[in-house]
Design a protein around this ligand. Structure first.
Ligand code: HEM
Length: 262
């Protein structure tokens, strides 16, 4: 019989607690928080991808109500993702500066799971894929997402199967391209809001997600601004200036566009 399962064995606690290695030498006190918070983010990214994949499966198998359950969970996680920036904001610019040089070129810019999430949402660029060519595992995951339908594709295919008129050019689009707004999709969404409460609930959860994701970007850029001001990022971008250019870019533009039409 195999050895008894315990809390520590089940959760691989020894391995987990052995994953926090400060680069600063001697170790700077605040680097631990920086490492832990990024690792926690990566774990949540993993869980969010896991849930959103299930959400897409439910849409693909015509069970949007089941998908709504997954989406609700993701929205709660998103609140946590935004909220934990408060913890990082307890770090002063001086404290960050104490270990920043040890980060070299490391940056959230290189988070493959964050790019996976963006790709799943439709924000795909060849550049963001190619940046990961040096890591076969990350590159394979991202390539799959780059070529796969996005969540929005899954949603508009579902509503097409339910009789809404969605142009073939959208249903059979080049999946590696970003989404563009569509007046036909917007007409279908208006009809859904007027006549289909179950799908309306999914649409509202999607817009909650979109708003929450944009909120994370906003809170991240404000945190960056207060921590490094106008300095360049370790990832090589212009820093806060670059991050500001990513704000107010909705994930589901059609869902926003219809708001003025009621
Ligand atoms: C003191 C804390 C932080 C600072 C100063 C900071 C700074 C920056 C800067 C300057 C960039 C722009 C890219 C570059 O040139 O490096 C960036 C990008 C990014 N950071 Fe942070 N960051 C911090 C914490 C975090 C945390 C906790 C996460 C969570 C995973 C995170 C995730 C990201 C992501 C995903 C990007 C890419 C965003 C995009 O390209 O749209 N950052 N960060």
């Amino acid at each position: 019989m195999s050895a008894e399962i315990t809390y520590g064995k089940y959760l691989r606690i020894d391995q987990l607690l052995d994953l926090q290695h400060c680069e600063s030498d001697p170790p700077e006190h605040d680097e631990m928080l920086f490492i832990v918070i990024h690792q926690v983010y990566e774990l949540w990214f993993k869980e969010v991808l896991h849930e959103l994949d299930r959400f897409a499966e439910h849409l693909n198998s015509d069970h949007p109500a089941l998908g709504g359950h997954q989406l609700k969970r993701v929205l709660k996680i998103l609140k946590t993702l935004v909220g934990q920036l408060d913890v990082l904001e307890t770090m002063t610019p001086l404290e960050f500066q104490s270990f920043r040089k040890f980060l070299d070129r490391a940056s959230g810019f290189q988070s493959a799971q964050f790019r996976e999430l963006e790709f799943l949402l439709g924000a795909k660029t060849r550049e963001n894929l190619d940046r990961f060519a040096g890591n076969p595992r990350e590159f394979a995951n991202l390539t799959r997402r780059y070529e796969e339908p996005t969540l929005w594709d899954a949603f508009i295919r579902l509503i097409a199967r339910r009789g809404h008129e969605i142009p073939d050019s959208l249903l059979n689009r080049d999946l590696t391209e970003p989404h563009s707004e569509s007046s036909e999709v917007q007409d279908a969404l208006i009809a859904i809001y007027r006549h289909d409460p179950a799908l309306t609930e999914i649409c509202e959860a999607l817009i909650d997600f979109d708003e929450g994701f944009q909120e994370w970007r906003y809170r991240h850029v404000m945190m960056v601004q207060r921590t490094i001001g106008s300095k360049m990022g370790t990832g090589g971008s212009s820093g806060a200036e670059y991050l500001r250019s990513t704000l107010f870019q909705p994930v589901f533009p059609d869902l926003w566009a219809i708001r003025a039409r009621f």
